[in-house]
Design a protein. Structure first.
Ligand SMILES: Cc1ncc(C[n+]2csc(CCOP(=O)(O)OP(=O)(O)O)c2C)c(N)n1
Ligand SMILES: Cc1ncc(C[n+]2csc(CCOP(=O)(O)OP(=O)(O)O)c2C)c(N)n1
Ligand code: SF4
Ligand code: SF4
Ligand SMILES: [Mg+2]
Ligand SMILES: [Mg+2]
Lengths: 561, 276, 561, 276
């Protein structure tokens, strides 16, 4: 498939408002009917440094980010310096007065002429960018009107005025930049949101009504979104004193009938490990969102990595069931989080969503979620007829009826010790075996419910790229682009548990299996080896804090094949 | 009318003579006198001898982790404000492992009651110094004497202007019952630090030791912060029992009956629309 | 080999002093030249309940505990009721007045006649037990004199008097219990200590001089021993506010030049997971002792399990090297802890000792440790000539020279972010790859240093029992006892990293490989599959809170073969 | 004689106008005036804007985890009591995530100095409420206003009879320098809570806000606990700066020069012999 997209990089320092420009641009393009995919790279600081906001857009679905740049909006000189090598030959540089762009196909913006004060420079940049991308001013004007409507008519007008002028100015320039193809569709119900927002919405759609969290990049916007959008829906929330409190408070709320969520990143999750074990033994549903960044320890707070799979796989002392989902794109963030809530309640055990900074900050256009066809989520009991009520009743499938305390006279007792069916502490060996086995037997149900990996491409390819979570897009585009050999992709959006029969044929049919992961040790591939005995032939690993791109995968492929 | 029998009688694993017996009995009595039935009470407990309490009475129970009874209790209350929520734990649990939650719970001021069985020792793990152990006391793991100043939860709670701060003693059960009742009745976070002799591991702060120096406060102005600080500081020759400090701070209110609450689909649709 | 040992079980309630009787008995027997092995089972309470103290002893080395009972000392009626089924046909019951032992070969002790007050009943029981085991009173008398010497001559005399009388009383009884064979050797340099004590002594021998901890069963006696025995050697110690403080304080001390140890159990360790990651990225040596008990969460505080291997394998967010040792007996506790300190300093990364309640409380007789032949442990630098000093210098083997701050004018800077060689924060991608790879490359050295598993028995056995840590003894005795097929044992005392070539031949040569573990899911066997692709044929797993015994293994074997 | 240049000049990643600039400068100045060279100073830091401080000065540095600067600092001091040990962190780090260590460090009383850059906000994570945020302040994650009462570290430290409790302000650098010097000179745990405007995220407690109401204490009796509690409580119309409370508690003494210490083999042999 020929590439119909263009890739726009906006670069500058923190505090220059590039995320504002970028987000508005992406939103306008979504409204114009384009498909978009955003990649944000930024430093762990509030002002200064070097950040980028990248939008890939086109009339066809955009599955992956890319390294090549079509339009570079340089808000400072460093941006041009750092990114000029990725600029396509016919690429365009848009910049202000203070930058020397000699030798480039460039558009120098006379900011002072187009705006009365620096406050509006962002809008100028947006207008010029929109114009350069051959778009119409109208969508932008509406967008700005909506954005600033709360600030009053005067502000709206001023902004609209600036954007209009900027569009007009571009038209007068001689830019040798070929226009992007027109949008093919104009789906008015298309949303633009990023991975973290989609997780939050998926949770709300599942009925999530309790959030306890401690802020940690790059997870905080899940909490932000839940609060901003959820409190009107009845969500109760609290930013707590530490991550231990976050997990334990969510467990307490869940016990008392809330649908609880906890949001964090690897370091914060490390502090929740004991609490996870408590959820396991007390059989309390809990959904934990882990948005990864590079470790160990503080690592790189605003960068990306897929380095915490092992931690999440084995978090908690002792043995108990769980399931782990790893969305490959924004849409999956929504649906998998919804599913995690359903399974958490059904199996009364912890569920995890494993995302990372890349997807967290990656805006994409998605179809409007259809709430009416979403499956109903499992509900606990508010009453029971069977007396005495046994919270930890031994059942065939290991699932005991979970009742919420406070809605009848029946007492609900939950315990962190090894306990009997009534939650009484006991050190009896036979009881221990029964209860521990009961909990673990829930795995049989969870295995039945596993979402198998998605397979893209030929059944017997020369090379099969095995990936999970957020590396989906890069693999798909690399497979699509590679010439000379057939490359297929096997993408796991549920990474635990695994159900061998769902994918072993694919692994065995491929000429070679290459694991593609955003970490240094190939954690998922090793886990597949453990579960199936199948060991991959080679690895393409990235752990420099940046997301996997098609170019990076292709380079890896070339050195392997 | 609730009767104390509804709370049941259980075999315990406590040592004969332990102060905990009197506390669990007083708690049942207080709840009964408040006309609260077992199904109207949720108890969150940590781990330790004290934390075994909800196993020895009928009530809703979540017996969680060492040091974490407060976050669990607060989660419960946020998800079901209709319930009376009581947090049961020891001095190690509440002021040691759980110290950070103690500070946060005071600040947050959810309407829950924290009962600390303060035996000034780690009982269940067999006699190490706890945060409230007196400086210099020799134990197996503190052979040179506990090196840190003992923690006085009352001074800290009063300093932070907790809504309800009281001290009681397992050896004064009638007073203990009344104090628990006042604490449960208080709207907001209430702390009752209960002196509790550990007959097995604390040979210094014994029943006699507490009996000798504790006295029930009378004529004390619980609304006077400065006076309360002074009373809070008394823990030596004399130990005052009773409500040390009380105020009318507004309790945390971001709570709801979450088990029966579901969102309006149109509202969520509107939220989704905001991403267009 | 015919069994020359006898197995003595002392049972009663907590608070009855059975550990006192048991420990004195075991010590006397060690002094008499017997080999001993103790197994303690007790409840999580201070008074009451049912506990046992079991001593297996004999002239030949005792490698394992056993379920069969030769002498049952019943301090209460419950003990007889609970253990009568395990009593050998010719077994002897020793008990007091209040127990009905009709139908048993029994010795009823007239406590009131032999001792003036209840305070001495324990000593009476000890004397009767010693006499019944055909021992001589003298060793017991000396032991009591030493034990009570601090309490003054009167106390010593009273105790000696009681024990003498008790021995005399036994002689007058008609006991149809055949005497144990005499001790073969009388090594006067033989020590009696349990697993936790041996860990503490191994640490001290390695120069450990800093301990921070939070009490947690069954690990607390490691800390107790370190403090009691170590403070005279210069150990600084502190019982801290929580496990997070314990780990971080130990890291701070290690940075400043201490040899730090942290002791805990699974639940406490769960809280240290973030700190472990800090040790990894800051490259700070730290030795953590995890004495396992059954989980999840509070689980069974005073029982045993091997359920936390996975947690320790993957504790910490991000990726960094480590090594994990799992002693199989008391002696290994000493030597492996010593080694862990050496490697922690050499590789500047966390090291772990994974033991469990069974071994923690299991007294055994061991040869006097030879301090003079112990290898020297690695030492950090106090000064450096090379300026500027780079704490995170890139080197071939990944190991940078570690300098201790404060002994010269050179500044030592350590950091939890991704950093450059000078410990400055940087978000540079290339640097990230270099530093992350540097840290991980220390694994090559660690792999070279791996202690391979011990193999016992035929090279090509019908069945190979693959085990790790504390299940060694049960496997050895089961293999030895099994008739009809050849059974060999492969025991891992280092469980991470693994070096395939050290053991793959054994796995492949065996008719069948059976994993024997004290957990419900076969964690180690799964890890072996991950690392080698080898999947065991079957499992013998125990997770009822009790240690693996030869009888349990044999029962498992019979159902498999 | 140490000169301030020895502490170096570094590029920072702080926002222009941030109060942290003045604090790092004052710290360097204080250490210089105390005649302490960089290699005599160990700084332990957590994570946050404040915690970046040791990256911007020459000194021994251990930059650890969010909330954990105190345990690390205490480990350092126990292993090398000859060093001046300083703990650098923000209000979130020290009173939020690290609250339990704050309580324990006061009780333990090791001879270290804790400097808290108190901007009443989470700076590095972009503006959530911190423990010291005033109740009701609206932020992105507290759209209904911060629900908890703001934490006053001074009252808690005084209530616990910490050995040295002071408040300073980045906008009063001379006073700040003197306060840091006094804190470092104090033998035992010393707390300096430093008011620090965050220009990016705290639009309420600004430089002007602090400037307006802060005043340097004069004639205050730092040894009078009751008077100190009253001063500590002042944080509204008026904010006192200076040493609020000081006493002569004995510092924790189970420390040693551990890097150069090794045991005597005969002593260890004697220990082993005790197991015979
Ligand atoms: C995370 C964790 N750390 C340590 C323990 C071990 N532990 C159980 S109870 C206890 C102390 C109990 O002391 P306290 O809270 O005063 O209760 P008491 O037994 O004196 O009533 C400890 C340290 C644990 N269960 N979990
Ligand atoms: C365990 C953990 N939780 C959360 C974070 C994210 N985090 C980094 S700094 C910070 C807050 C900083 O606030 P403060 O301590 O007041 O410092 P400031 O930036 O305001 O100086 C948070 C929540 C983290 N790094 N580690
Ligand atoms: S150890 Fe102490 S606190 Fe625990 S039950 Fe016994 S007397 Fe009570
Ligand atoms: S965000 Fe606030 S605290 Fe952080 S550097 Fe900027 S002004 Fe300073
Ligand atoms: Mg206690
Ligand atoms: Mg702050």
């Amino acid at each position: 498939m020929s590439d119909t997209s263009i890739n726009i990089v906006i670069g500058g320092a923190a505090g220059q408002g590039l995320a504002t420009v970028g987000t508005l641009m992406a939103k306008a393009m979504t409204r114009a009917g384009y498909h978009i995919l955003v990649n944000q790279k930024y430093m762990s600081r509030v002002r200064g440094g070097h950040n980028t906001f990248t939008i890939r857009m086109g009339p066809d679905p955009v599955v992956s980010i890319t390294d090549d740049i079509d339009i570079l909006v340089a808000l400072d000189a460093e941006t041009l310096e750092l990114h000029k090598d990725d600029l396509r030959e016919d690429g365009l540089v848009i910049h202000g007065d203070d930058i020397d762009s000699a030798g480039f196909n460039a558009l120098r913006i006379p900011f002072k002429d187009l705006a009365s004060k620096p406050l509006f420079y962002n809008i100028v940049a947006l207008g010029v960018l929109g114009g350069a991308a051959c778009q119409d001013s109208a969508i932008f004007e509406t967008l700005l009107s909506e954005t600033f409507s709360k600030k009053g008519d005067a502000v709206v007008e001023a902004n609209v005025d600036v954007i209009r002028k900027s569009f007009e100015w571009v038209k007068e320039q001689k830019v040798s930049f070929s226009c992007i193809a027109s949008a093919k569709e104009s789906n008015t119900d298309r949303l633009m949101l990023n991975g973290n927002e989609a997780i939050a919405l998926g949770a709300l759609a599942a009925g999530c009504n309790f959030l306890s969290f401690y802020p940690m990049s790059p997870s905080t916007s899940v909490a932000d979104t839940l609060i901003t959008k959820g409190r009107g829906l009845g969500l109760k929330y609290e930013q707590v004193e530490d991550e231990i409190a976050a997990m334990n408070m969510a467990i307490g709320a869940s016990y008392a009938g809330a649908k609880s969520i906890v949001t964090t990143s690897g370091g914060g999750f490390a502090l929740m490990v004991e609490g996870i074990s408590l959820a396991g033994v007390s059989e309390t549903p809990i959904v934990t969102i882990i948005v990864q960044r590079p470790g160990p320890a503080t690592g790189m707070a605003t960068r990306t990595e897929q380095g915490d799979l092992n931690l999440v796989l084995y978090a908690g002392h002792g043995e108990f069931p769980r399931a782990i989902f790893a969305p490959g794109n924004v849409e999956e963030c929504f649906y998998l989080t919804h599913r995690a809530f359903d399974l958490a309640e059904e199996y009364q055990t912890p569920m995890f969503i494993l995302s990372d900074q890349f997807l967290a900050d990656s805006y994409a256009d998605v179809e409007m979620f259809d709430l009416d066809t979403l499956p109903e989520t499992t509900k606990p009991l508010l009453k029971t007829e069977s007396e005495p009520y046994k919270r930890y009743e031994l059942t065939e499938d290991g699932v005991s009826p979970r009742m919420i305390p406070g809605y009848s006279e029946t007492l609900v007792r939950a315990d962190s010790h090894e306990h009997d069916e009534m939650a009484a502490v006991t050190e009896d060996g036979a009881n221990r075996v029964l209860q521990n086995s009961k909990r673990l037997s829930k795995e049989s149900g969870l295995i039945q419910d596993v979402i198998g990996p998605d397979h893209y491409g030929e059944e017997k390819p020369d090379v099969l790229l095995m990936c999970w979570g957020t590396s989906l897009g890069a693999c798909l585009e690399a497979a699509d682009t590679y010439e000379g050999k057939s490359i297929a992709v096997l993408h796991f959006k549920q990474v635990y548990p695994l159900r061998e029969e769902q994918f072993m044929d694919y692994l065995e049919a491929a000429g070679e299996v290459v694991a593609v992961e955003g970490n240094a040790t190939g954690q998922f591939a090793k886990f597949v080896a453990q579960e199936t005995g199948f060991r991959v032939g080679s690895y393409i690993l990235r752990f420099d804090g940046r997301p996997l791109s098609p170019q990076y995968v292709l380079k890896g492929l070339n050195s392997i094949i | 009318m609730v009767s104390i029998e509804q709370y049941g009688e259980f075999e315990t694993s406590w040592c004969p003579g332990c102060g905990n017996f009197s506390i669990v009995k007083s708690l049942k009595k207080a709840l009964t006198e408040l006309d609260l039935a077992p199904h109207e009470v949720m108890v969150s407990a940590g781990i330790g001898q004290a934390a075994k309490t909800p196993h020895y009475m009928n009530c809703h129970m979540f017996n969680g982790l060492h040091g974490r009874s407060l976050p669990v209790a607060q989660g419960m209350k946020m998800a079901n404000p209709e319930m009376t929520v009581i947090c049961e734990s020891g001095d190690g649990c509440s002021y040691g492992e759980g110290g950070n939650h103690f500070l946060a719970a005071i600040r947050r001021n959810l309407d829950i009651t924290l009962l600390v069985h303060n035996n000034q020792i780690y009982g269940l793990t067999k006699g190490q110094a706890s945060p409230t152990t007196v400086r210099g006391m020799v134990t197996k793991t503190q052979p040179d004497g506990a090196p840190s100043e003992g923690f006085n939860p009352i001074t800290v709670a009063v300093a932070m202007k907790a809504g309800f701060v009281a001290r009681a003693f397992s050896g004064e059960p009638d007073h203990l019952v009344e104090t628990i009742k006042a604490a449960v009745n208080h709207k907001g976070f209430s702390l009752v630090d209960i002196l509790q002799p550990c007959v097995s591991f604390n040979k210094v702060n014994t029943f006699a030791w507490y009996k000798e120096r504790s006295y029930i406060l009378e004529g004390h102005d619980t609304r006077d912060w400065c006076g309360a600080m002074e009373k809070a500081d008394e823990f030596d020759e004399k130990i005052p029992l009773g409500i040390i400090y009380q105020n009318g701070r507004q309790p945390f209110s971001n709570v709801g009956q979450l088990a029966t609450q579901s969102y309006n689909k149109d509202d969520l649709k509107a939220v989704l629309q905001s991403y267009r």
